[in-house]
Design a protein around this ligand. Structure first.
Ligand code: BEZ
Length: 213
């Protein structure tokens, strides 16, 4: 198993899920994906994370992103657990949960870190673009629930970079000023790409209003 790095093509796989078998690349189609692992079914932090993800469906849809959860338990366990998630988190799980009992996906994506646990996955996140490229990886310990607002924020930043040639500065939030990519230096291109204008604090530090606001 090779280390997966940013820019790599996300490995394809076929695996069972509570919604039937998933052929990953085919399932993605022309969408982005967030592939994220959960240490185990019937665990409290995971229960809250899956509930939160279900409630964010409209936000994922807006960004053309499909969430796909991984847990190393079989389908019948997932089905029972999803009942608990729906009940306790007051939602309906609306995305598939891979039943990775043979750890095919967990191993392919290096989601088991044996010095943390031999059997459970850590909380991995892979943000994958529509070209199947890995654009972000995050790794959290089992005991820390992830911040899904941060995952959406990273997706917003990546999609702004792709569409408008801007990067996002420290603690950026949707609507804040962005920075012009350092690779853009031609004044005519800057004028046409950033019609709202820009402020040059240093030749390498040029702020512009968020282009799509
Ligand atoms: C949880 O998902 O709640 C959890 C899993 C493993 C260790 C600690 C918490």
């Amino acid at each position: 198993m090779a280390t997966l790095r940013l820019g790599d093509i996300a490995p394809d796989f076929t695996q069972e899920s509570n919604e039937g078998p998933i052929e990953f690349h085919k399932w993605m189609g022309s969408s982005w994906a967030v592939l994220f692992s959960h240490p185990k079914d019937f665990t409290p932090v995971c229960t809250t994370e899956l509930g939160a993800t279900a409630k964010l469906k409209a936000e994922f849809d807006k960004r053309n992103v499909k969430p796909l959860a991984v847990s190393v338990d079989p389908v019948d366990s997932h089905t029972k657990w999803i009942g608990d998630i729906n009940e306790t988190q007051h939602t309906t799980v609306n995305f598939p949960l891979l039943a990775d009992a043979d750890k095919k996906v967990a191993n392919l994506y290096d989601m088991i870190h044996p010095n943390a646990s031999d059997t459970m996955t850590v909380r991995s996140v892979f943000i994958i673009d529509a070209n199947k490229k890995i654009r972000t990886t995050l790794t959290y310990p089992a005991s820390t629930g992830r911040n899904f607002d941060e995952i959406l924020r990273v997706i917003d930043s990546l999609q702004l970079t792709d569409r408008y040639s801007v990067a996002t500065p420290v603690n950026w939030k949707n609507g804040d000023d962005c920075v012009i990519l350092p690779s853009i230096t031609d004044p005519e291109i800057i004028k046409s790409k950033f019609p709202k204008g820009h402020t040059e604090l240093k030749p390498y530090l040029r702020m512009t209003p968020q282009p799509n606001k």
